[in-house]
Ligand binder design. Structure first.
Ligand SMILES: [Zn+2]
Length: 344
């Protein structure tokens, strides 16, 4: 029988042998690189301490226009998993970064490449042939889908599933974390009591069938809470936005976007178009102009001076404002700012 010292030596030797047999991942954490901070936040929530996540963009820059810096290619070179928003949001730089990374593991179509948009609810999918004259229209639909909490839920599932495949030894861990992220999201969306009684998945199904209101009228149901309850008094209210990046938020919470300051997506406001917007804001009594903090305030202030509309700066990416510390806090921040502005 080997002595205790001998046995520990054997264990150590076995461990060294086993560890060196594992393909080089550097540490045992999966290295995840995402294009945006929102994807990074969701990947962190789902991957926990089994992942090391880096985002290419910061939350306070325009995600359409990221330059393909060598440092991004270096980050991608070491990645086990690359996650993009998709729907062509990153069309201007993703290819350059991936090519520059020379990392075959994360090429489009491989196990190490996730398009987070798979299965999300898509809006504004063009039905006609599109061309350059229409501005920055995306043929697969509006790519700003992550500010619909339903899509945040789907993105978490997409990321969780891929992590499970890349590190099957942690599959249960990723499953559990995905479920708890979704549960927290559902509770913030509908209120804790309702989720406990009806179940998050079931409530979303009712929402999609437009049957939630009916369900809530049933005797003994807990009242609606969360973001949906906060936004409910504002259903049907009109807003103007700077870019066409709020469609999903408006759709989910029943707001109506009457105009964008950009005459066409991605085309800066022109004096003629701003004058048109001013006329319509006055005619329709629109009270709120919603914009990301990285756009110029020049045109918004002009409209405000003419109409009294309140300009609300609001980050729709994690890190774009101090409050937007993670995905759920980012949605929280939007709901708080928009509902407060609409109450005035
Ligand atoms: Zn856009």
């Amino acid at each position: 029988m080997p002595s205790i010292a001998n046995r520990s030596f054997m264990v150590l030797t076995l461990c060294v042998a086993a560890c060196s047999a594992v393909p080089a991942r550097g540490s045992d954490k999966l290295r995840v690189v995402t294009t945006t901070t929102d994807l990074a936040a969701i990947a962190r929530a789902v991957g926990g301490d089994k992942v090391e996540v880096t985002a290419i963009a910061t939350g306070y820059e325009d995600p359409h226009f990221i330059s393909a810096k060598p440092s991004y290619m270096m980050a991608a070179r070491k990645a086990d998993l690359w996650i993009r928003v998709g729907l062509e949001l990153e069309i201007g730089y993703e290819g350059l970064i991936l090519d520059g990374s020379r990392n075959g593991k994360i090429r489009v179509g491989t196990q190490g490449h996730v398009d987070a948009s798979e299965g999300v609810l898509r809006l504004e999918v063009p039905t006609q042939k599109i061309d350059r004259s229409m501005g920055d229209i995306h043929p697969l639909g509006n790519p700003h889908y992550w500010i619909d909490p339903l899509n945040g839920r789907i993105v978490a599932k997409n990321i969780g599933k891929r992590l499970e495949r890349l590190a099957p030894e942690h599959a249960d861990y990723f499953k559990e974390r995905t479920a708890s992220f979704q549960r927290e999201l559902d509770e913030r969306m509908f209120g804790r009591e309702l989720v406990a009684r009806v179940g998050g998945g079931k409530i979303w199904a009712l929402v999609l069938k437009r049957k939630l209101d009916k369900k809530l009228e049933e005797p003994g149901q807990p009242a609606l809470g969360g973001w949906l309850a906060t936004m409910k008094p504002h259903v049907g209210q009109k807003i103007v936005t700077y870019h066409r990046s709020w469609s999903y938020f408006a759709h989910r919470f029943g707001l109506v976007v009457t105009d964008e300051l950009e005459p066409k997506p991605g085309i800066p406001p022109s004096p003629g178009h701003v004058a048109d917007v001013v006329r319509r804001v006055k005619a329709e009594g629109v009270k709120v102009l919603l914009m990301e903090p990285f756009y110029s305030r020049k045109a918004p202030e002009l409209v405000a001076a003419e109409t009294g509309i309140s300009v609300v700066e609001c980050a729709n990416s994690v890190g774009g404002q101090p409050e937007a510390t993670d995905y759920l806090a980012m949605i929280d921040n939007i709901v708080n700012r928009v509902s407060t502005a609409l109450e005035r």
